[in-house]
Ligand binder design. Structure first.
Ligand code: PAF
Length: 281
């Protein structure tokens, strides 16, 4: 594993690779966990080299406190990546290195995809994600980029981004990794107390219940049941529970033949915002 902090040094390394090399890319904000490692492992299976970026992107945070408190531990991150061998190249730039002088998000027209769920509750979030990924894709020029389905809406937005920006990179979605109790792996879990980690399992349990009851109940009834369960839970504060069309992400009102649906949750455990989702049919 080698680590670069400037675009110039990274590109020098990438240009020096043999012509037949293929570059996979795993963008991260650090605080790496097994979910990230599974993305890097998948990328290593598909490509001769994998660039992992570690950059907490300021323009995708609508809440300053959330940005300040976002976990950062570059030494632990690089120690984990070292175990994956010499084909891993880490890019850990400063904000100026990525953005230049103006650390500012561009405005994208992602259409209705960005209006739902995360788009409604985190204003400007997807413009920030789109902007940083556009910069990083242009710097790295990967043939494939890997994203976890935990941020399912982000994954759909990124698929749209590469079309809008006409960038020749294949977007690969990878399954959510869960702790043995069902909690979806997330960098934010680091900020949970032991008690909150146990309490947060409720999120995946409600998603599983929704999946189990999908064939028995109507979509409005499933939404009502999930919201009631959160209302009765003193440990978590629900921001949204949604059942949506897996492709368009529009809120679903009724089942339709041949259409796949997913359930989505955002909830707070104390001041830690957690998201999760699951295919329900
Ligand atoms: O999913 C994330 O960690 C971030 O949104 C990403 C894709 C690295 C962009 O900053």
């Amino acid at each position: 594993m080698t680590i670069y902090t400037t675009t110039k040094a990274l590109q020098k390394k990438l240009f020096s690779l043999p012509i037949e090399s293929s570059i996979g890319f795993v963008p991260t904000m650090g605080a790496l966990h097994r979910g990230h490692i599974s993305l890097v492992e998948k990328a290593l299976q598909d490509n001769s080299h994998v660039v992992v970026s570690i950059f907490v992107n300021p323009t995708q945070f609508d809440n300053k406190n959330d940005l300040v408190k976002y976990p950062r531990n570059i030494d632990e991150d690089t120690a984990l990546l070292k175990n994956l061998g010499d084909s891993v190249i880490v890019f850990a730039p400063s904000a100026e290195e990525v953005y230049g002088e103006k650390v500012k998000a561009k405005k994208y027209n992602f259409g209705r995809l960005a209006d739902e769920m995360e788009g409604q509750h985190r204003k400007g979030h997807f413009n920030g994600v789109g902007t940083v990924l556009t910069h990083l894709f242009r710097i790295i020029e990967p043939s494939k980029a890997y994203f976890g389905e935990k941020d399912y809406q982000q994954l759909q937005i990124v698929r749209k981004l590469v079309l809008l920006e006409n960038m020749p990179v294949q977007i690969v979605g990878c399954p959510i990794l869960r702790e043995s109790n069902g909690l979806a792996m997330s960098s934010r879990n680091e900020r949970l107390t032991d008690a909150q980690r146990n309490e947060a399992v409720f999120i995946s349990e409600i998603l599983k219940q929704t999946r189990e009851n999908f064939s028995k109940k109507s979509i409005p009834a499933l939404k009502r049941a999930a919201k009631k369960a959160f209302d009765e839970n003193p440990h978590l504060e629900l921001e949204y529970f949604e059942i949506a069309n897996s492709e368009t992400l529009t809120s679903a009102k009724r089942k339709q033949k041949g259409v796949s649906f997913r359930a989505f949750v955002a909830a707070f455990a104390g001041d830690v915002r957690l998201i999760d989702n699951m295919a329900v049919n």
